[in-house]
Design a protein around this ligand. Structure first.
Ligand code: SF4
Ligand code: SF4
Length: 693
């Protein structure tokens, strides 16, 4: 049957009407996209090229495969059906427009193929069902993470309109000309059959075919124009955003080159790189980030989605027009940007920035790979280093790191006091050749009373397994993680440089540490300042020792344990299995998982220097996590990071559940389980505790 584009309406050929509609739509689309592109160019340059195989893998897995979407078992399949349907139907649209313009038009290897006819037909129906479910979610079930959005309803209506008009146009085409029917388009065929059944045939069917064909075309081009003006801009930007997502180690923040700039951090939106600005265009407003953010979920001001959307609105509505007007020799007011609000403390609340624990849950969840944490830390950098505006509690931490090499201003000479009677070498010069590991103890493990017990337990386990190791003692300084995450990059780089010099000077090759933050820093961030070492987390090393038979965990420990994944071990470094492996090999231990575990783990509340700040608003994050542990009825909340241990000690006290729940490090459990059989457990336990200074 002839395409309506080939009909003549009055004296006007259909294809000229089609051409006018298409030209107007493409012009509006291109004008908006070009403007957004110019705003993007206001950002600072950043190289996001290289390692193309990994980028291509991500494109296939996360764009075409929609892998992240399936983290939400309900909305994921719905979105994937709409997305895949869109791809198939877009090919059908090319064919439709081609025939509208030229009459005969086939896409080689696709047009007329049975698989293609069937795919288009089934996807049109599947997308209608998915859209119906989307309406149900937005208007009836209303999940908390979804904001009410008129724009979203318009978009859903347009997509629904596209599918319905496509099916009806096809149905009326078959009602007019049954000879074209094919069982490879069963739904369209059934519609055509039904229309014939109610007498819609001949001229009526022909007219209605044309009506729905043109309606389809009009909706299609309206949709095209609407995309760059709406949150559905992500249809265009998401593939690029995923492709150009960071391939640096997840735990490494970008360093500042203090020689090359005098403007540190992000104090205005144009200080963000083009990729970070592209992030803001790509937000789908899905709210997945808010739904997993420990700050949002405990009633703090921070909403990661709002951070991204506020940056986007500020760029598009204020800073972008203002800057372009300025570069054209005009002024911002002439372009509707009478005043540009300050970014920090104006567009973005400072409190929201300080609420962040840098736990990375938002980034893990975001389906379009938006990078929240680097933006938040970059804005903190501007607040701290350019404006000296930060929570006053951080002053003590900064001063401690600067003057004493630890956050609490303890004299660093006492770092090795925990080793009393343990016969642990303190390296004053180089690490001897016959010593395999440097045990990087960390500040909590060296000074904090509770965490010193973990340090002793780990040292005991290593000694039992015959691992040769020693420590730096007073020569070890804080790795600088709290300073860096708090935005004090200058202080961080100072500490990192000192530590690298010490480690290199000592000839260190292998490092084991029981702190997830030190582990992340030594492994992922030290290479930025020239320190490349083989770094293992203590749970990884203990797991290796158990696996190789060097450590037996055959003393029964009869209790129920739930394991908490520290953000900087799990989400940042993918270490989920070794701690579980150790626990699973402890005789008698019953392990239960919390509802939020592994990459969905809920932060303890200490990361991002939050452990050194007050937390006056909302529920305490550590107590929220302890409550999740309580739900498992475990007696022990197992941890593998001193920051978590510290937070959970407080959280357990705060919730008044110390009589039924206790925090214990995996190393402590391994120490108890690996005690020699002939030793009296109680006296060994007393002796171990008594040896802690
Ligand atoms: S890193 Fe964690 S605390 Fe910060 S915004 Fe993301 S989810 Fe929230
Ligand atoms: S930042 Fe990502 S997860 Fe958050 S609302 Fe936007 S698209 Fe969704």
């Amino acid at each position: 049957m002839t395409s309506p584009g080939q009909f003549t309406y009055g004296f006007v050929p259909g294809w000229t009407i089609l051409l006018v509609i298409a030209c107007v739509a493409f012009a509006l689309f291109a004008a908006r996209v070009y403007r957004l592109y110019r705003y993007l160019r206001l950002g600072v340059s950043e190289s996001r090229f290289g390692d193309n195989p990994e980028r291509i893998r991500r494109f296939f897995a996360y764009v075409l495969g929609q892998r992240r979407m399936f983290r939400d078992p309900r909305a994921g399949p719905m979105h994937a059906v709409i997305f895949w349907g869109f791809i198939v139907i877009t090919i059908g649209t090319v064919e439709l427009l081609g025939r509208g313009f030229f009459g005969h038009f086939d896409i080689p290897l696709i047009s007329g193929q049975a698989w293609f006819l069937l795919s288009v037909d089934l996807f049109e129906a599947a997308v209608i069902l998915a859209i119906a479910y989307a309406f149900y979610r937005r208007l009836v079930s209303k999940p908390r993470r979804l904001m009410f959005s008129g724009q979203a309803l318009v978009i859903l209506s347009l997509i629904l309109g596209l599918m319905v008009t496509a099916l009806l146009a096809g149905g009326f085409r078959l009602a007019y000309d049954p000879a074209q029917s094919t069982h490879w388009a069963p739904i369209t065929d059934a519609i055509g059959h039904a229309l014939r059944g109610v007498g819609l045939t001949g001229g009526t069917a022909d007219v209605l075919f044309q009506v729905f064909w043109w309606a389809h075309v009009c909706i299609l081009f309206s949709f095209l124009v609407f995309i760059p003006y709406s949150k559905h801009l992500h249809i265009v930007t998401a593939p690029f955003n995923v492709y150009f997502s960071s391939i640096q180690p997840r735990g490494a923040l970008a360093p500042i080159d203090f020689e090359a700039t005098e403007d540190f951090g992000v104090g205005k939106v144009e200080d963000l790189s083009w990729k970070h600005l592209l992030d803001t265009y790509t937000c789908t407003e899905c709210g997945r980030c808010d739904s997993v953010c420990p700050a949002t979920q405990t009633g703090k001001e921070l909403r990661p989605r709002s951070i991204i959307l506020n940056l986007q609105h500020h760029l598009i509505e204020e800073a972008g027009p203002h800057d372009l007007a300025g570069s054209n020799g005009g002024d911002g007011a002439a372009h509707g940007a009478e005043s540009v609000h300050p970014l920090l403390g104006g567009v973005i609340s400072e409190q929201a920035l300080w609420d962040c624990t840098t736990c990375r849950a938002c980034m893990e969840e975001c389906p379009v790979f938006i990078e929240h944490v680097p933006k938040i830390v970059d804005m903190r950098r501007s607040l701290v280093m350019m404006q000296s505006r930060f929570p006053p509690e951080l002053n003590d931490m900064f001063r401690g790191l600067e003057l004493a090499g630890n956050p609490w201003q303890y004299t660093n000479e006492t770092r090795a006091n925990w080793t009393q009677d343990l016969n642990i070498p303190v390296f004053e010069d180089r690490v001897p050749e016959d010593v395999e590991y440097l045990f990087w103890v960390g500040c909590y493990g060296s000074f904090d009373t509770r965490n010193k017990k973990v340090t002793v337990a780990l040292a005991t386990v290593l000694q039992r397994a015959g691992v040769t190791f020693g420590i730096l003692g007073p020569r070890e300084k804080c790795c600088g993680d709290p300073a860096r995450r708090a935005g004090n990059e200058f202080l961080y780089q100072m500490l990192a440089a000192e530590n690298v010099e010490t480690l290199k000077g000592a000839g260190v090759r292998k490092i084991v540490t029981a702190c997830a933050h030190c582990f992340n820093n030594l492994k992922n961030e030290m290479p930025q300042v020239g320190g490349r070492f083989e770094v293992v987390h203590h749970t990884e090393l203990i797991a290796q020792l158990v696996e190789s038979g060097k450590l037996q965990l055959d003393q029964a420990v009869e209790k129920t344990v739930t394991y908490h994944d520290p953000c900087y071990l799990g989400r940042y470094n993918g270490v989920y299995d070794p701690p579980r492996y150790v626990l699973e090999h402890v005789e008698g231990l019953n392990i239960v998982e919390m509802a939020k575990s592994r990459d969905k783990s809920f932060c303890c509340g200490a990361g991002g220097a939050r452990g050194f700040m007050e937390e006056p608003a909302g529920q305490r994050v550590n107590e929220a996590r302890v409550a999740q542990a309580e739900e498992t009825h475990a007696e022990t909340l197992a941890v593998s990071c001193p920051f978590c241990m510290n937070m959970f000690q407080d959280g357990i006290q705060g919730r008044g559940v110390a009589d039924r729940l206790a925090g214990e490090d995996v190393a402590e459990i391994a120490e108890i389980a690996s005690r020699p059989h002939d030793a009296d457990r109680d006296s060994a336990e007393r002796g171990r505790t008594a040896s802690i200074p």
